[in-house]
Design a protein around this ligand. Sequence first.
Ligand SMILES: Cc1cc2nc3c(=O)[nH]c(=O)nc-3n(C[C@H](O)[C@H](O)[C@H](O)COP(=O)(O)OP(=O)(O)OC[C@H]3O[C@@H](n4cnc5c(N)ncnc54)[C@H](O)[C@@H]3O)c2cc1C
Length: 455
Amino acid sequence: MAPMSSTNPSFSDLTTIGVGGRIARFVEPRSREAMIDTLREADRMGSRLCVLGGGSNLLVSDEAFDGVVVRDARRTIEVLETRVSTAGPVHDDTVQVRAQAGCHWDDFVSRCIAMGLAGVEGLSGIPGTVGASVVQNIGAYGQEVSTSVDEVEVWDRLAGRIARMSRTDMRFGYRVSALKRSMLAGAATPSPTSTSASVPVPSSACAPDVAVGEAGHADYAGRTGRNRFFPSPRYIVLSVTFLLRRDVQGVLGYGQLASALHAEVGDRMPTAAIRAAVLAVRAAKGMLEDAHRYEQPFMRGVVDESNLRAAVSAQSACTGSDGPDYDRHSCGSFFMNPVLTPDEAATLPPQAPRFPARDDAGREAVKTSAAWLIDHAGFHKGFSVGSGATASLSTRPHPGADQPRRRARGRRGAPRPRGPGRCAGEVRRASGTRTRGRRTRPRMSLAPVRVVHRG
Ligand SMILES: Cc1cc2nc3c(=O)[nH]c(=O)nc-3n(C[C@H](O)[C@H](O)[C@H](O)COP(=O)(O)OP(=O)(O)OC[C@H]3O[C@@H](n4cnc5c(N)ncnc54)[C@H](O)[C@@H]3O)c2cc1C
């Protein structure tokens, strides 16, 4: 491995929470070939590999990372002329749009709205990239990306080839997909029952897990074990094709959003108005990124320049300041709302929220609110970390916890975000529910912590 270069970024330069150690090798491929070559090479060398998007769902320790960090610099969005999707013919009222994995998610949303396309407007303002959006099936305000995905093009690190995965193959669930499962528990085995005749799922994507080094998989000389692909999936997203409606109106799917627009859930509204309302609600909760982040040297060019200018001026109007907003330095969805069996839900405190849901296997289930559990375990909004937090489900650093200041003070003894672990313990004590950490590598932890019921 090459020695640390002083010009390489640290994770603190690349993650929304602004913490994380130095990176041994940082690569930004600008072509599909370069992207695949970089992934292939890292796996052939047995290096630790982190494919990074916007760094908004990662919590990285401040120790040096001795592996390769790859950030896809391809950001093209194109409308396809094809008339066949993985679900069948493309009707006149729908359009296929393909975005490369490195495309900033909110650039994609705003472009779709500008093109008169509906389906992702409720996901406005979610930080990150198109590539990562399908890894955790991002969702907000009554929408999930899964409902608009037609096909995901991936690089299969184990098989050493490109594969195409339909929406069915992706096995989307609540903040989960086949890709995320492949990162945390060995290889995913997407369903072989692709709905598409025109875009068959190659055997690579359907193959059961095979041993590293097995014939035909010579590229992968990487690590072994269940989580050997961590902190990235076995399947690296190269591009996502979306199936969107030709419609300048969307449907309000969430109460808080409907109230902000003085409307009812189920009402139709212009997608531009829905986007504006979502951004306003998010801004009020500190659930937008600090736009000034993209003015930093290692983030320049990641967001479309005119969108960046708009975000900076909206932020100034909201905060009354032209500087960074440290309340927006967080790492997002650290806690997921627990999905319980009906029997488990019956043991919740009577006042706990309950929503009808389905578990990953499609069985009847009940979703409760992680925010409610956290709040009723004594962690009210604004608890801890020094600043007045405005949302229950995010983890923010102490203003002094950013890497440059830490370097100045020396690494040892530097503050770290401790909220999730302590919060998990208190939720368990107060409500009888159990929180479970997903710390699968000692020096790098990845959101989310899952809240599960003990029964
Ligand atoms: C303020 C804030 C608000 C948020 N709000 C929401 C919300 O409302 N809803 C929601 O669902 N999430 C939310 N999040 C979480 C986060 O924005 C999403 O999970 C997002 O999709 C992460 O994208 P990213 O590009 O930043 O991923 P990163 O943090 O860079 O990476 C996350 C994981 O995805 C993997 N990955 C990245 N790119 C690829 C790729 N091309 N192929 C394969 N794997 C890849 C990484 O290896 C890593 O394992 C929020 C986060 C923040 C900070």
